[in-house]
Design a protein around this ligand. Structure first.
Ligand code: PEP
Ligand code: MG
Length: 579
C-alpha cells in the first residue's frame, strides 16, 4: 500500500486516526436513452416521485435533528429544500422529458449542466457556492432515481464505525448530518475553504477536518488508513508504523491535555502577575448558553442574533418571539452579562437564501445599514432586547458602524425604543449599555468618534481583516491572504484597545482571533482584557492566560508593534509563546 501525504486547508483542530470511508463521487453512472411518446408521462411521474422522496428525506433529516445540533445544520437543510422546490429543479427537467424525450436522469443532468454553466459565469462568490448546493440536491434525486441510494453501514458495527473517516469530493451539510450520530471521527474533502458550509459544521461539531485537498477522493482507497492532522491541514495516507505511533502519542497527549483543561473550569482567569481577564462566550442561539456556562464563561460577549432570523423563509420573528429568546439567554446566564448584537444580516448571512444578492454583498446593505433602512424591524428588535434587560444584565452591540450619523441614529433608535416601552409601562434597564463593533478599518481609524458616543467597543477581527486586506473571508481562493498578523491589522487592533483604555471604556475582541491560543499572549501584550470566543476554545485560552506574565510580554509586544516585516512579526509572536 502506497504511503503519501496530502496538504490542504485546516478547518477544525485535533488529530483523527482511522479508516477511509469513500463517499460515492458526485458523478454517478447515469443512463441516457430516449423515451417513447406513450411512456413520456410515466417518465415525468418517475422524476416527480423521486423529487417527493427527496423532500421526505430532507424532512426526516430535519425532524431527526438532535436537539443540540448546531444551528447551521437546520439552515443548510432549508437551503436544500428550497432548491428542490425551485422550478429550475422541480419543473424544468419535466419539460425536458416532454420536449426532448430524454429519460428522467438524463433530463435532470441536462438541466443541472445548464445551470452549472450559468453559475460559472457569476463572479459573486456566495452565488458560486450555491452551485455546489444545487449539485448536491441533484445527486440526491439521481440516487433515488437510480435506486442506488447507498445506505451507510448501520450504527454499531463495532470498531470499523468507531474509526471511520469520510473522504469525499465534497460533502453537503445534509449528508454530514447522517454521519453525526455514527461516530465518524473526521473528514477530508477535495474542495472547500475555511468558511465553506462543511467547514463551519465541522468546527461546530469539534471534529478534526481538512478541506481543499484537491485529489484526495481519487487517490485514497476504501479502507486505507488515514491520519488527519487538523491543526496543520495535512492528511497522511497509509502511514508507516513509526508515523502512526508518533501520531497516536500526539493524540493521547491531546486527550490528556483536554482532561487537564477541564479542571480549570472554576479557576478565575488571572495572569501570573495578578491581572484579571474576562472570558466571554460567542453564541448563536440561547441553547448555546449551556455550553458557555459549562465552560465557565463570565458572560456572553457576542450573541449573533441574526441566527434567530435565518432559515425561516423570510418570516421575521416577532418582537414577542425575540423577547422570549433573549430572555431565555439572560436567564440561562444567571446574572452574567449577555451582549446581544443587533441583526447582522447580509453578505454571507442573507435573510432569505433565495433573495437577490447585491453585486458586492460584503460591501452592501448589511448589518446596521440594513437595520437603519428598516427602522420598524430595528425598533422591534431593540424593544425585545430592552424588555429582556429587566431579567438580568444585557448590553446592546451594534455591528458594522463606520459613520458618526450611523452611531447617532442607532442611539436615537435605542432612545425611541426606550420611550415607547416607558409609555407602555414595560420594565427595562434604563442604564443598558450600548457598544460598537469595530470591524471596518474606517472605524478603527476614527476612534474618538466612537469612544465619545459609546459605552464599550468590541473588535470584530473577522470582518476587520476582510476589509483591511480586501479579501472575501468566504472565498477559499484567497484564503491564503487572510492573515491576522498583517502589520496593518495589528496596528488597527492595538489602536482600538489603546483608545478604549484611554477613554475608560471596555474593549473586547469577539472575532476568531480571541479564541486562537497562538494569539492570546499577543492580545494580552496589546492590553486586551476581554476575550469573547466559542465556548469550546475558552479553557485553552484560560490556560494560556494563567501562564502569562504581562510584565514580560509588554516589551516583546512593543517590539512586534514597531515592526512592519511579516516574517519578523511571525517569529516574535512565536517567541511570545515560549516566554
Ligand atoms: C467579526 O466580524 O469578527 C465578528 C465577530 O462577527 P461575524 O463573524 O459574525 O461577522
Ligand atoms: Mg462581523
Amino acid at each position: 500500500m502506497a504511503s503519501f501525504t496530502l496538504h490542504g486547508i485546516p478547518v477544525s483542530r485535533g488529530i483523527a486516526i482511522g479508516r477511509a470511508h469513500l463517499l460515492a463521487a458526485a458523478a454517478l453512472e447515469v443512463k441516457h436513452y430516449l423515451v417513447a411518446e406513450e411512456h413520456l408521462e410515466a417518465e415525468v411521474q418517475r422524476l416527480q416521485q423521486a423529487l417527493v422522496a427527496v423532500h421526505k428525506e430532507l424532512q426526516t433529516l430535519w425532524l431527526d435533528l438532535p436537539k443540540d445540533a448546531p444551528t447551521e445544520l437546520g439552515a443548510f437543510i432549508d437551503v436544500h429544500a428550497l432548491i428542490l422546490s425551485d422550478p429550475m429543479i422541480s419543473e424544468a427537467p419535466l419539460d425536458i422529458i416532454r420536449s426532448r424525450h430524454y429519460n428522467a436522469e438524463w433530463a435532470l443532468l441536462t438541466q443541472i449542466d445548464e445551470l452549472s454553466a450559468q453559475f460559472d459565469e457569476i463572479e459573486d462568490p456566495y452565488l458560486r457556492e450555491r452551485k455546489a448546493d444545487i449539485q448536491q440536491v441533484a445527486e440526491r434525486v439521481l440516487k433515488v432515481l437510480m435506486g442506488s441510494a447507498q445506505p451507510l453501514p448501520a450504527v454499531g458495527d463495532g470498531e470499523y464505525q468507531a474509526q471511520m473517516i469520510v473522504v469525499a469530493h465534497d460533502i453537503s451539510p445534509a449528508d454530514m448530518l447522517q454521519f453525526r450520530d455514527r461516530s465518524f471521527i473526521g473528514f477530508v474533502t477535495d474542495v472547500g475553504g475555511q468558511n465553506s458550509h462543511t467547514a463551519i459544521v465541522a468546527r461546530s461539531l469539534d471534529i478534526p477536518a481538512a478541506v481543499g485537498m484537491s485529489q484526495a477522493s481519487t487517490l485514497v482507497e476504501q479502507d486505507d488508513w488515514i491520519i488527519i492532522d487538523g491543526d496543520a491541514g495535512v492528511v497522511i495516507v497509509n502511514p508507516s508504523a513509526l508515523v502512526l505511533e508518533q501520531y497516536r502519542e500526539r493524540q493521547n497527549a491531546l486527550q490528556r491535555a483536554r482532561k487537564k483543561l477541564n479542571k480549570l473550569k472554576k479557576t478565575p482567569a488571572v495572569t501570573k502577575d495578578g491581572t484579571p481577564i474576562t472570558l466571554l462566550a460567542n453564541i448563536e442561539l440561547p441553547d448555546d448558553c449551556a455550553a458557555a456556562m459549562e465552560a465557565g464563561a463570565n458572560g456572553v460577549g457576542l450573541f449573533r442574533s441574526e441566527f434567530l432570523f435565518m432559515g425561516r423563509n423570510s418570516r421575521i420573528p416577532s418582537e414577542d418571539e425575540q423577547f422570549e429568546q433573549y430572555k431565555r439567554a439572560v436567564l440561562a446566564m444567571k446574572g452574567r452579562p449577555v451582549t446581544i448584537r443587533t441583526l447582522d444580516i447580509g453578505a454571507d448571512k442573507p435573510l432569505d437564501q433565495t433573495e437577490h444578492t447585491a453585486l458586492n454583498p460584503a460591501l452592501g446593505l448589511r448589518a446596521i445599514r440594513y437595520c437603519l433602512a428598516e427602522p420598524q424591524l430595528f425598533l422591534a428588535q431593540l424593544r425585545a432586547i430592552l424588555r429582556a434587560s429587566a431579567f438580568g444584565k444585557v448590553r446592546i452591540l451594534i455591528p458594522m458602524l463606520a459613520h458618526a450619523f450611523e452611531i447617532d441614529q442607532s442611539l436615537a433608535m435605542v432612545a425611541q425604543a426606550k420611550a415607547e416601552l416607558r409609555e407602555q409601562g414595560v420594565k427595562f434597564d434604563e442604564d443598558v449599555e450600548v457598544g460598537a463593533m469595530i470591524e471596518i478599518p474606517a472605524a478603527a481609524l476614527a476612534l474618538p468618534m466612537f469612544v465619545k458616543r459609546m459605552d464599550f467597543l468590541s473588535i470584530g477581527t473577522n470582518d476587520l481583516i476582510q476589509y483591511t486586506l480586501a479579501i472575501d473571508r468566504v472565498d477559499y481562493e484567497v484564503a491564503h491572504l487572510y492573515n491576522p498578523l498583517h502589520p496593518a491589522v495589528l496596528q488597527l487592533i492595538a489602536m482600538t484597545i489603546a483608545a478604549g483604555h484611554k477613554a475608560g471604556i471596555d474593549v473586547a475582541v469577539c472575532g476568531e482571533m480571541a479564541g486562537d491560543v497562538k494569539l492570546t499572549r499577543l492580545l494580552l501584550g496589546m492590553g486586551l482584557r476581554e476575550f469573547s470566543m466559542h465556548p469550546a476554545q475558552l479553557l485553552s485560552v484560560k490556560q494560556e492566560i494563567l501562564n502569562s506574565d504581562l510584565a514580560r510580554l509588554a516589551p516583546q509586544t512593543r517590539k512586534i508593534m514597531r515592526s512592519m516585516e511579516p516574517d519578523a512579526i511571525a517569529d516574535a509572536v512565536q517567541q511570545l509563546q515560549l516566554m
